[in-house]
Design a protein around this ligand. Structure first.
Ligand SMILES: Nc1ncnc2c1ncn2[C@@H]1O[C@H](COP(=O)(O)OP(=O)(O)OP(=O)(O)O)[C@@H](O)[C@H]1O
Ligand SMILES: [Mg+2]
Length: 297
C-alpha cells in the first residue's frame, strides 16, 4: 500500500436494492443516492452522519467497511479503490479502519469469555510475541477506556453490562490503533451517563492517538456534542454539510430545520441551541470525572 495521504474518499456512491422492500418503479430502491464526502486523518476529526431511520446511514457504513460493494461509485483509501485491493492491502485497510456497532452483544460469542475479542485481534494482527506481552497490551487498552481488567476479563458477555461491552469494543479499537473508526449508532443502547463517557473516549482517541471517526447517529444533540463536521442525510442523499456549529446554528436546508425543530425542549420559548449548550457541554462530566461508573447490566 502506498504512503499517500490516508484519507477515505467516498466518491459518488449509489446503492440500489432490489426485491420486495423496493418501493420505487421496477422493483428497485435507491438507498444511497450519489453520495460523496472525504474523511481526513490529517488532521484527525470527527464527522457525524445524521439522518432519520432508513436514510441510508448504515448502508454507507457497510460500503466504507468493505462489506458491501456499491452499485455505483467508489471508496478510495490512500488513493486506491478499496474494492480492488490486493489481499495484503485489504488486511492493512481492515486494521486501519475499524467498526464499532450499535449492539456489541451481537458481536460477542456467548460461549467465549470476552478476552477472546482481544486475543483474536492480537493473533490476527500479530500485536504481541508472548502471552505476557499480549496481556499487558490488553490491560493497557482496558485502562484507556476506564475499565478495570479484573472487572471484565475472564467473564462471559452476559456477565458484564451493555456499557462495559461497548467499552470493550473501544478497548479493542485502542489495541488496534486504527486511523479511522466507523461507529454506527454506537451509543443508542446506552444510558445517558455512559453515553457521555463513550463520547469522551472517542474525543480522547482523536486527540491522543489521532484517530478520526465517522460517527453515525440520528441524534443531532450528540453530533453537536462531538463537534467537527456534520453530514445531514435524507432519503439517501446528503442535503447539508459543514462545520457542526455552523450547520446547527444556521441550518439552510428544510430537512435540517425540521430535524432541529423536532428536538424536544422543555421550554417552548427557549432555543434548542441554548439548551444544547447547557445540557451537553457545560454540565457534561468528562471521562476523567467519571472514574468508575457502575452500569447495571
Ligand atoms: N440488503 C438490503 N436489501 C434491501 N433493502 C435494504 C437493504 N439494506 C438496507 N435496505 C433499505 O435501505 C434503506 C436504508 O437503510 P439503512 O440501514 O442504510 O438506513 P439507516 O439510515 O441506517 O437507518 P436506521 O437509522 O434505522 O439505522 C432502508 O429503507 C432499508 O430498508
Ligand atoms: Mg442504521
Amino acid at each position: 500500500m502506498t504512503t499517500s495521504s490516508c484519507n477515505i474518499e467516498v466518491q459518488n456512491i449509489t446503492q440500489v436494492f432490489r426485491g420486495p422492500a423496493a418501493r420505487s418503479a421496477g422493483g428497485k430502491f435507491t438507498a444511497v443516492d450519489d453520495v460523496s464526502f472525504n474523511l481526513t486523518s490529517d488532521p484527525p476529526g470527527i464527522t457525524s452522519l445524521v439522518g432519520q431511520s432508513g436514510s441510508g446511514k448504515s448502508t454507507i457504513a457497510r460500503i466504507i467497511l468493505g462489506l458491501q460493494k456499491p452499485t455505483q461509485g467508489s471508496v478510495t483509501y490512500r488513493g486506491k479503490d478499496i474494492y480492488r485491493l490486493s489481499r495484503q492491502e485489504y488486511d492493512v485497510y481492515r486494521r486501519e479502519v475499524q467498526p464499532v456497532f450499535q449492539d456489541p452483544y451481537g458481536i460477542f460469542n456467548p460461549f467465549y469469555r470476552v478476552d477472546r475479542v482481544f486475543w483474536t485481534a492480537i493473533k490476527k494482527f500479530q500485536l504481541a510475541s508472548t502471552r505476557q506481552q499480549g496481556l499487558a497490551r490488553i490491560e493497557e487498552s482496558l485502562h484507556a477506556v476506564d475499565l478495570r481488567p479484573e472487572d471484565v476479563l475472564n467473564r462471559y458477555p452476559h456477565q458484564i453490562s451493555g456499557g462495559q461491552r461497548q467499552r470493550i469494543m473501544l478497548a479493542r479499537v485502542h489495541l488496534l490503533q486504527p486511523k479511522f473508526i466507523i461507529a454506527d449508532e454506537p451509543i443508542s443502547m446506552l444510558d445517558a451517563a455512559v453515553r457521555v463517557l463513550f463520547l469522551n473516549i472517542l474525543l480522547d482517541f482523536q486527540q491522543k492517538y489521532c484517530m478520526s471517526t465517522l460517527f453515525i447517529t440520528h441524534d443531532l444533540s450528540t453530533a453537536y456534542y462531538v463537534g467537527g463536521n456534520i453530514l445531514v442525510m435524507s432519503q439517501g442523499q446528503i442535503v447539508e454539510r459543514g462545520n457542526v456549529d455552523d450547520v446547527l446554528t444556521h441550518p439552510t436546508h428544510a430537512y435540517t430545520q425540521m430535524l432541529l425543530s423536532s428536538i424536544p425542549v422543555p421550554d417552548p420559548d427557549a432555543r434548542w441551541q441554548e439548551k444544547a449548550d447547557v445540557a451537553l457541554v457545560e454540565d457534561a462530566p468528562s471521562a476523567v470525572e467519571l472514574p468508575d461508573i457502575e452500569v447495571l447490566g
